[in-house]
Ligand binder design. Sequence first.
Ligand SMILES: Cc1cc2nc3c(=O)[nH]c(=O)nc-3n(C[C@H](O)[C@H](O)[C@H](O)COP(=O)(O)O)c2cc1C
Length: 350
Amino acid sequence: MYRLVFTQVLSRLDAEAVHHLTIRLLRLLGMFPPLVRLLHRLLAPRAESLRVQAFGVHFASPFGLAAGFDKDAGCAEPLSALGFGYVEVGTITAHAQPGNPRPRLFRLPESRAIINRMGFNNAGAAAAAKRLRRVRHIPAVVGVNIGKTKVVPESEAVRDYVDSARRLAPLADYLVVNVSSPNTPGLRDLQAVDRLRPLLSAVKEAAGRTPLLVKIAPDLADEDVDAVAELAAELGLAGVIATNTTISREGVASTEAGGLSGRPLKARSLEVLRRLRQKAGDRLTLVSVGGVEDVDDVWERLLAGATLVQGYTGLIYEGPLWPSRINRQLARRLRRHGYGSVREIVGRTA
Ligand SMILES: Cc1cc2nc3c(=O)[nH]c(=O)nc-3n(C[C@H](O)[C@H](O)[C@H](O)COP(=O)(O)O)c2cc1C
């Protein structure tokens, strides 16, 4: 059904216009708590076997929504009601900013991919904080992903991240330092260990007891993946999220500038996960994202050592029932293989 709507209607409309309409509908839905509760009752993960605990947080399912969909933290609750085990909001920057000029979001349906160069369009940390403080009507785990304000010079990047961390960490179940988006000039250079160390140390202090993770790019060289893993473990971070979008255009016809997500990212994302597992073992919680389309992909990531898995592009191509379908199939598969819990398969092939 969704596929038909997608090919016949949505794919003919401007991608960003569809996104904003979706966000509006979700926010509207969020204004009717009984409806949110009903949806949650129908779609949220219920199987005992799907429950996981990571860095002190309980998740109803290991499968969550990746950052970038709910940039302003306006609809984490209705999104959770669809069945996501957690929703990562953001990227949020200390100061509000408009992002890059449009068009900046492109679908590549034949490759099951997306290219975006949104550039952290968001209303800023203060506005997000206000929304995150709202009363919740269903249980929802909300991670907050923070990035650097574009106009802030790189020499002041640490202070900018710390500003956001101070405001948002107390309202987040976990906090993510995003140093891997390709659409903010110079951002990914912060992944170099000598720049990352002071940044992560300062944000960790500002985050207090909120678990801190760092999100990395798939375009890092293998040695740099190792170095970040080592640093994250050494600093006592909760985990690493791998990966963000890629600047590679391998396997796609488009040459639009921006970050590529979806199916073409799958192999590299899995490779980075395996590398992290090898390097960090179980010292870090690994969150795998990039090209996850179905339960097979989720299963593969769990086996390779991810405790949590995320997706974004899959939601665009599969529609709103995607998370609940994955949860149902994952629970069924666990049962079929005789596992009582998702925890039992994490890292089995690592
Ligand atoms: C339109 C779009 C916007 C995104 N914005 C962000 C963002 O603001 N911050 C971030 O950390 N990742 C962002 N991402 C990256 C996703 O969180 C994810 O890491 C990436 O898309 C790979 O997962 P996927 O293949 O399941 O989409 C964005 C992705 C897309 C498609």
